[in-house]
Design a protein around this ligand. Sequence first.
Ligand SMILES: Cc1cc2nc3c(=O)[nH]c(=O)nc-3n(C[C@H](O)[C@H](O)[C@H](O)COP(=O)(O)OP(=O)(O)OC[C@H]3O[C@@H](n4cnc5c(N)ncnc54)[C@H](O)[C@@H]3O)c2cc1C
Length: 276
Amino acid sequence: MIAFDFEYYKPSTIREAVDTYQPAYQSGKQAIFYSGGTEFITFARTNKKTADVVIDIKGIPECTALKIVGDELIIGAAVTLTTIVESKLFPLLSETVKRIADHTSRNKITIGGNLNSHFMYREGILPFLLADAHAKIAGKEKERVLPLKQLLNEGLGEGEFLVQIHVDHSYVNLPFSSIKRTRISTIGYPIVTVAALVKDQHIRTAFSGVCEFPFRLDAIEKILNDVSTAKEERIEQVIHHLPAPVVQDIHASAEYRKFVLKNVLTDTLEALEGTI
Ligand SMILES: Cc1cc2nc3c(=O)[nH]c(=O)nc-3n(C[C@H](O)[C@H](O)[C@H](O)COP(=O)(O)OP(=O)(O)OC[C@H]3O[C@@H](n4cnc5c(N)ncnc54)[C@H](O)[C@@H]3O)c2cc1C
């Protein structure tokens, strides 16, 4: 049971969604955008999150689109993980998100919800970072399109919501690897997830579970692609170039995470170096 009352809106256009948010915000109400709802409902039930106004974006056609237009794959923020897996339109993305949660949850969890999750993992973002994807965002002033990496660094502005992710179609069928290691079962939060893609003879890598945020770093890719150095040495160097301390929590110690990361990187390089 959710122990507080809230107003629920399901707009059918982007404008309507923005116009619902703004007056609520200006009158001091807490408004949130809602997609699959699994995270909001879980937190609301346990009083970890509250809202006066909930704006469900699933009625907005742009948010449920999943199609190729010209040279771009367009994925609406309200598309569920199951739909993405089954579409097979971007195999690296399908492979990565099919390891998020269980099948029943994936029927509800959306890619926009995963990318805007309060959890640190946000594994769905990894393929998009590797494919230099762009995010289409709507807000009070106007819609804007920006690199997804910039969105990851800067976050959304007040009253903005993610409408779509755009991927240049030339990326979707490149050689890839996506490896997730959990504590026990195949389902679960990652101790380490490494997604990788080969573009122009160069291995790109993106990480979840290692630090408190998902990331892709030029410095790490430079090290991993320097074939003049032995593989073991390159992997050891990566551990010294992580962007933040390695996570230590109930799922794994920092030392164990580093150990798993080294193994996953070895497997990733073995899988992809042969394609170069
Ligand atoms: C059983 C289970 C297992 C899980 N395992 C994993 C895992 O292994 N790896 C992983 O990465 N995640 C995992 N998750 C976390 C899950 O991906 C997130 O909780 C995700 O947010 C849920 O998506 P949703 O569409 O239901 O989000 P919602 O509950 O709709 O929204 C989540 C948050 O995002 C905001 N939001 C939603 N859509 C938008 C939008 N378009 N624009 C701006 N803000 C928006 C909401 O306001 C809210 O704050 C798991 C979740 C469950 C329930």
